[in-house]
Design a protein around this ligand. Sequence first.
Ligand SMILES: Nc1ncnc2c1ncn2[C@@H]1O[C@H](COP(=O)(O)OP(=O)(O)O)[C@@H](O)[C@H]1O
Ligand SMILES: [Mg+2]
Length: 279
Amino acid sequence: MTLQQSLRLSHAEAQRVDAPAGVEEALAAQARRSQPKRGGSALTIRGLRKAFGQNEVLRGIDLHIPAGQFVAIVGQSGCGKSTLLRLIAGLEKPTAGTISFSEDTRAEDIRVMFQEPRLLPWASVLSNVEVGLGRDRQKADAKARAERALGEVGLADKRDQWPSVLSGGQKQRVALARALVSHPRVLALDEPLGALDALTRISMQGLLDRVWNDQGFTSILVTHDVSEAVALADRVLVIEDGRIAHDISVDIARPRKHGAADQAALEGAILRHLLGDNH
Ligand SMILES: Nc1ncnc2c1ncn2[C@@H]1O[C@H](COP(=O)(O)OP(=O)(O)O)[C@@H](O)[C@H]1O
Ligand SMILES: [Mg+2]
């Protein structure tokens, strides 16, 4: 376990002792404790290149992400953010270079969440979450695990609904539960909140922050929203011309508050990088 993870755990424990909450909260905390906690996987990318025909999209990415880190990736539209995420998730093959994960990381330990929820319209909310279990869906505890994941995103009461009756934000919460149900070690998020209204976005950011804190997976978030990147991430990467042009650590204590002065200053600096220095 990394120091960062152990600090996170002890912080969570301390909160539980300080604030004896209702029975429901206590049960939820107990459920969280009883879940297997394998922690995040580190990943190392070396000399990564990706071309589509003549179009050289990624031109040499070198990057190490420690286990459990929350990394945000920003950059202009078409700069290769989704391509990088797809390569990390194994949905695309590199033209050159390597991507390696911590030992004993399996393909199913890496999950992706997209901007569209991609739910099965003919399946209940609970069944949609069970899909995320893959082969484990046949196991006796599949339903209980899906219920727990739905509880984590605050949608336990929607288990028997059809996706079509849910709001956009609720659908994305189901998609998040489907991604989390298997307890991934790496969660790759491709603008997952991009289609949501501003207030729903902010509450979803809070949810993402909480589940990441609880579960300790490595989080890689592509976003076009610099304030989202600064609110959530330990580190923000700016991609430009197929390379990592800036690697910025976000040394701002959590919980972070939207509109706080130190966050706004960092957002301004990152935006200037994105727009070029003459803005
Ligand atoms: N499967 C593909 N086939 C051909 N070109 C692609 C494919 N996927 C992405 N591209 C091209 O790669 C570039 C980067 O795309 P993408 O990674 O989606 O950018 P971003 O997510 O940063 O907006 C674009 O020029 C896009 O057209
Ligand atoms: Mg994209």
